[in-house]
Ligand binder design. Structure first.
Ligand SMILES: Cc1cc2nc3c(=O)[nH]c(=O)nc-3n(C[C@H](O)[C@H](O)[C@H](O)COP(=O)(O)OP(=O)(O)OC[C@H]3O[C@@H](n4cnc5c(N)ncnc54)[C@H](O)[C@@H]3O)c2cc1C
Length: 380
């Protein structure tokens, strides 16, 4: 057993950490205040192979593995979860199904430009009335000659307002629950496709989230990922499985940021004649946070490693997401308490991390859904 990062991964970690501090950190305040995504980051990250780090270099990726992707996600989250939301929606959700199942035409026109950051992708699964029970989606795709006609509404779609294309999940055969779903690539500007609303959120403010409406939207049949009717549910499942590992990394990045900020604050804040970090209760609490962050990271990397070995990690990926995203709720709550009244003020970034972290137990499968998956995989 070797618990060390590879040399490549260590070098990558230093490079993306430096990039995040230099290129992302200065943009965060304004992006969050104006709820506007700093779109230029897609190209900048793409140019350096940071955007899709586990795709091959020849197609614009970084030539790494799932661990590499987790490192990128952790480091970007450390700086700003909202920025990371946009990257994860693009890299994890909107390009992965194209990478695994896309035709040469779709790869050429969408995947490669997306890996280079020249096109921004979004992924539309959730609907106004359908979230956890993904097989219950109502969006329909009906064949008409060389096209499909899409009708339906997608809700809470990350990058929806800024995307160049969206991967839309729709039923080609609603008589087959789950099995009759397909994924379609729809260009921005296609007649019948509109971003009907940009949504306001509790946190992750700079990540732009939208409601998308498809009304008699004609899409070429060649834009169906996988090339034949049916099979989309498996494409969704494999995309979300990989995303659950990513969420372990997201939560770890936010938890590490919260820990670092809190230790720094507790060292300089003096009450009862000494820095509060010297009060036993606070020391013990921070010791526990240090322990939890380490376990979150190590478990996430372990599952990423298993994934890279081609092992079946349905249970483990849900465990990584459930554990890390639940733990960061506790960490955020405990640490904001250590900040006292200042924690509640906007002048310290802990307030932003606290709000941002709240998302993680909801999106890409709620904690309850992760428990359902784990229980099923455990055989009960
Ligand atoms: C900021 C943000 C960004 C998002 N980005 C995207 C995106 O890019 N693309 C996309 O497709 N979706 C996106 N989503 C949607 C997200 O994936 C869903 O919100 C999530 O899957 C939960 O679905 P829901 O909100 O409809 O909740 P529901 O499914 O309605 O669930 C409501 C509550 O009931 C619980 N529940 C449901 N079923 C059960 C059960 N059987 N047993 C016990 N409890 C249950 C849930 O855990 C939850 O607590 C985003 C959401 C947010 C908030």
């Amino acid at each position: 057993m070797d618990f060390e990062l590879s040399e490549e991964n260590r070098i990558f970690r230093e490079a993306i950490r430096e990039f995040a501090q230099r290129e992302i950190a200065p943009l965060v305040e304004e992006a969050e205040a104006t709820a506007t995504y700093p779109k230029q980051l897609f190209r900048k990250m793409g140019e350096q192979g940071f955007l899709c780090p586990r795709f091959p270099i020849e197609i614009g990726g970084g030539g790494g593995d799932k661990i590499t992707e987790c490192i990128m996600v952790e480091e970007v989250n450390y700086v700003c979860a909202g920025v990371a939301s946009g990257i994860v929606g693009h890299t994890g959700l909107a390009t992965y199904p194209l990478y695994v199942h896309g035709s040469d035409e779709l790869k050429e026109n969408y995947l490669y430009p997306a890996a280079r950051g020249e096109k921004i992708g979004a992924f539309g699964l959730s609907e106004p009335d359908v979230g956890s029970d993904a097989a219950a989606i109502r969006t329909r795709a009906v064949r008409d000659g060389d096209s499909y006609i899409l009708n339906g509404t997608k809700m809470f779609i990350t990058n929806g307002p800024i995307c160049d294309y969206v991967v839309v999940c729709a039923y080609t055969d609603p008589s087959k629950r789950g099995a009759g779903i397909n994924l379609f690539v729809v260009d921005k500007g296609t007649p019948g496709f509109v971003v009907s609303r940009k949504l306001e959120k509790l946190g992750n403010h700079c990540s732009e989230t939208g409601e998308l409406v498809f009304e008699d939207c004609r899409v070429p049949a060649s834009h169906m990922i996988g090339g034949k009717e049916g099979g989309g549910f498996e494409q969704i499942a494999s995309t979300l499985l990989s995303g659950r590992i990513t969420y372990g990394a997201r939560a770890t990045g936010t938890a590490q940021a919260i820990y670092d900020l809190t230790v720094e604050y507790a060292k300089q804040r003096v009450q009862f004649g000494k820095p509060i970090v010297k009060h036993q209760f606070i020391r013990f609490r921070l010791a526990e946070v240090a322990m939890l962050v380490d376990i979150m990271r190590q478990y996430t990397w372990r599952v990423a490693w298993l994934f890279d070995q081609g092992k079946k990690v349905r249970k483990e990926s849900s465990m990584a997401k459930l554990f890390a995203t639940e733990m960061v709720q506790k960490i955020a709550g405990d640490c904001i308490q250590i900040f006292g009244g200042y924690g509640y003020m906007k002048e310290y970034p802990i307030e932003r991390h606290f709000r941002d972290a709240r998302l993680y137990t909801v999106t890409e499968g709620t904690s309850e859904v992760q428990r359902m998956v784990i229980a099923k995989e455990c055989g009960f």
